[in-house]
Structure formats: C-alpha cells, structure tokens
Design a protein around this ligand. Structure first.
Ligand code: FES
Length: 503
C-alpha cells in the first residue's frame, strides 16, 4: 500500500525535473539502478538514485525561474502579483509543506494499515501490545522528512510553471514552458504536428483536447464547426496550456508523404562565410507562411532574373537546420558543388545551378533583405520514427548539412540510446563547423564526434562492430556515398537501417 502512496513520475517528467536527458534516465533503468513500473518511476527511487543531486544546481530550478515574466497577464502581475522570482520561491516553499504533509499522511496510512492487520489477526493483540505498536508508529510518522521532499516540492512548482502534454495516439510527450503556444512547444520537442499558417487562420493545427484545459493567447480567424466545438478542438498555434497536464489528440506527420508541397517566399537574413569553400545562407520565412518539413529533407531555392543576372536561377539544397525552428532556415552552399547527373533510387535529378547559386551569394548579388523562393520539401532522408536503436551519422563534406538537421532533431526528440557522428572531409579542414560538433560532444553524454579524412573512413567504420545494430545515416557526394553504402551493407548493416543521401 505504501507504494500506492508514492508519488509517481513519467520518465519525461522525471528527466525534466532532474535536468537530464530521458536517454540518461533510461540507461539507469536498463542497468537496474532505477526501478520503474509501466514507464513510471517514484520520486523516492529517483532521489535514491541521484542522492548527490542538488536541486538548486540541477538547472531545473534556474530554468523555471528564468521563464519570462509574461507568464502571467501583465495587468494582473503589475497590480497584484509579486515578482516572478518571489512567486517561484513561495511556490517552492509551499511545495515543501505539501511534500511534508504527504509524507506524514503516507506514514499515518501505513500505521493504520498495520494496526488494522494486527487487530484482525488471531489471537487479537493485548491492549499493551497495541499501545506499543501505536507509539512506535507515531514516532515513525513524525520522524525527520524524507530526502524526496525537496523533489516533490520542485515537481509541484514545475507543474505550475511548465505544463506536461501527452499526445495521442503516438503517446509522445512535451512540455509547454511559460506562455508559449502548444504548437511552438510541440515543434521544439521535435514533434511533427499538422499545421499551416502558424497564426490562427488555416485551422490545420487543430487538435482535440482530450483532457486538461487550454486557453487562447492570440486571436484567430478560424471558425470551428459545431461538431469540432462539441469535440473540444483547439488551435495549437493560438493556445497555450492552462492546466498542468493535458492530453491532446493530434494529427502528426509520420512520413514525408504526409507533408504537402509548399512554396514560401523567404528573406535572406544573413550570409556567413564558414570556410573558403562554404557559405551559410540564413533565410527567414514570414511569420504567417512558414515552411513545414521533416529534418533531413531538401528544398529548391530560387532567385529572380534581376539577382541571377538574366534568368531565374533554381538549385536544390538540403535544409541544414531543425524543423523545430520553422521560420529560420539554414543552407550550406559549397563553391565546388556539382549537381548534374546525380540519380539515386528515389532521388530526382538535379539541375547544374548550384555553382551559380553559390556565386550569386558569394559576390553579394544575393544579400540580406533579398527575397528567395523556397519550394518543397523533397526527399526521404528523414529520421525513422519509432526506432530506439543507436544512431550513427556519417557525413562527407557538405553532406553535413542534412546530417546537422537530423542531429538537431534527434537531440530534440531525445529517443536514441546514443548518437555517433563521423564527419569525413576530402580536403584539409573541410569540417567547416567543428566547434558545433565539439559542443555536442562535450554537452551530451551519449554523443560522440570523430572528424576524419575521407580515406580513413572505410577502416574506421569496419572497426565499428556496433553498426549492424544501429540506424545508419550517410550523406555526401553521390560518387563517395554509393561505394560506402555498398560496404556498409556488406558489413552487415540491414538495408532497412541504412539511409543514404547522395548530393
Ligand atoms: S497553423 Fe493555421 S491555424 Fe494554426
């Protein structure tokens, strides 16, 4: 019965509370250090497994405190509420009181049950014996607080500051921080909900609120039908969570064919020179017309005749950024890009315009503020949902662009046991974003990064005995990835676990 009185946490919530990844938590469960039942863990077990945890230093408390002040209506905050920091402190203190009450109640409950069991036993205990049991039980009930008290308090506070959403039918979960919309929070967590305009007009983001409460944070033009209203539909792009736990029925894209073809006119935000060979083009879409795509997919970029020097210019590029930031699209443009003649199964032929495109951006004809059309998305080089196998990414030169998008998405989704990145270059210093890769390596326990020369790649991969049990994503120039893909298959990587993008 005591177990029933414990506070149970989902793995996502426990990881959120501890400020660690869900993968790290699952690892401790697999290793038998943290008991779990039906995807849940108890606060007491979590606290026992991380006894050294200092909640003030775990980051969760700080993150919560840092949630923007606009979590509450401005008028109410200015006139009635104290500062958010004071509120957070008081919530924490109240949570501690609540935890103490829960603990005492749990112990009284256990005492009551043990006395009940003794009284119904044969022979019935003498009054003196009962008194002794009662005294001992009361002493235990009033003993010093259990160490889990602080965690219960912090959880109570986080439940106020960030709402937990469970998505049906996929069962995926995400957290809504402060006043952000359900759509923004879902995208940040790597989910792929159906949506369109992003500002309350098209209705594509509607979801059914199965339980919990949501509230509109912006006005919307879309009008629900009577049936939709009766079924409790909300617009994810216009609503935030009101209650601390919600269940939403959401239409999610599971495969590339679930994403419609779109055309968006974006503006150049900036151009970064990453190396002598590579430029990074940063485009921003209008707020009301974003690009919906899956991590790893490509689009066609186009500039008009005035910028391209005579006739319209179009070239196809993988999006190098994560769909979780759907307004800001990054592309890695390479001077030596050669696109003509590529033909892999399922990948369309590309135009030879990429070198011209690089030239336009490089010589400043395409610059900040200019318009670039974005059409797509194309391609099936996307993360396989539902797999929990280790992820191995192999990027050759600019093959890093789609891999970058996939890695950012994989980190957001937090589903893989481990992530390995091999970035092979055909020229010295060809790893044009080394700091970013090192930062992943240093910040994430389950991430490893190995920069190497293209010639070293076959031997290094041959030495990796874990590849056949992994999902392997390989991207680079077609003439380099094709023989490597054949070698990986020959080394035992199952075809359904090998995903290849030839550029
Ligand atoms: S995305 Fe268009 S209404 Fe929400």
């Amino acid at each position: 019965m005591l177990a029933h009185m414990s506070q149970w946490l989902t793995l996502s919530r426990a990881a959120h509370l501890l400020g660690i990844s869900r993968i790290a938590l699952q690892k401790r469960i697999r290793e038998g250090e943290l008991p779990s039942f039906d995807g849940m863990v108890t606060v007491e077990d979590v606290q026992r497994t991380w006894p050294e945890l200092n909640l003030d230093e775990s980051g969760s408390f700080e993150k919560t405190r840092a949630i923007r002040e606009d979590a509450f209506a401005r008028r109410l905050r200015e006139r009635v509420l104290p500062t958010q920091e004071a509120l957070a402190q008081r919530l924490f203190a109240q949570g501690q009181e609540l935890a103490e009450l829960q603990r005492t109640l749990t112990r009284y409950h256990a005492l009551f049950e043990s006395l009940q069991a003794r009284l119904s036993a044969e022979p019935a205990p003498a009054a003196g014996e009962l008194m002794r049991l009662l005294d001992e039980g009361l002493a235990q009930a009033l003993a010093a607080p259990a160490p889990a008290g602080d965690m219960v308090a912090l959880d109570a506070m986080l439940r106020v500051m960030s709402a937990h959403v469970t998505v049906k039918p996929s069962g995926r979960e995400f957290f809504v921080e402060g006043p952000e919309t359900l759509l923004k929070a879902a995208l940040r967590a790597g989910l792929t909900p159906n949506y369109g305009c992003g500002n309350g007009n098209c209705g594509l983001c509607k979801a059914r609120l199965v339980s919990g409460e949501a509230r509109a944070v912006s006005s919307s033009e879309y009008r629900f039908s009577a049936a939709e209203k009766a079924q409790n539909h909300v617009l994810m792009c216009a609503c935030t969570a009101l209650s601390s736990d919600l269940v939403l029925e959401v239409l999610e894209a599971g495969a590339p064919e679930d994403i419609p073809e779109q055309r968006v006119v974006a503006k150049v935000r900036r151009v970064d020179v990453l190396s002598d060979e590579v430029l990074r083009l940063h485009l921003q879409t209008p707020r009301s017309n974003r690009l919906r795509f899956l991590a790893g997919q490509r689009v066609t970029l186009g500039v008009g005749a005035d910028l391209a020097g005579g006739s319209d210019l179009h070239a196809e590029y993988p999006v190098a950024s994560c769909p979780c930031d759907d307004r800001n699209l990054m592309f890695h443009l390479c001077r030596t890009d050669r696109r003509a003649g590529l033909c892999l199964p399922g990948i369309p032929l590309r135009g030879p315009a990429s070198a011209d495109f690089w030239q336009c951006v490089s010589d400043g004809r395409v610059k900040a503020g200019d318009e670039v059309s974005v059409s797509g998305p194309w391609g099936r080089f996307v993360l396989q949902t539902g797999s929990v196998r280790p992820l191995v990414f192999i990027a050759i030169d600019e093959g890093f662009a789609p891999v970058n998008s996939l890695i950012e998405h994989a980190i957001a989704v937090d589903a893989a046991e481990s992530i390995s990145l091999y970035w092979a270059s055909s020229r010295p210093g060809g790893q044009y974003l080394p700091n970013q890769c090192r930062a992943w390596d240093e910040a994430l326990d389950e991430f490893s990064y190995l920069p190497l020369a293209v010639d070293e790649l076959p031997a290094v991969l041959a030495a990796n005995a874990a590849l056949p049990a992994s999902d392997v994503y390989l991207a680079g120039a077609a003439e380099r990835v094709e023989p490597l893909a054949a070698a990986l298959l020959a080394a035992g990587v199952p075809p359904q676990q090998l995903h290849v993008e030839g550029l």
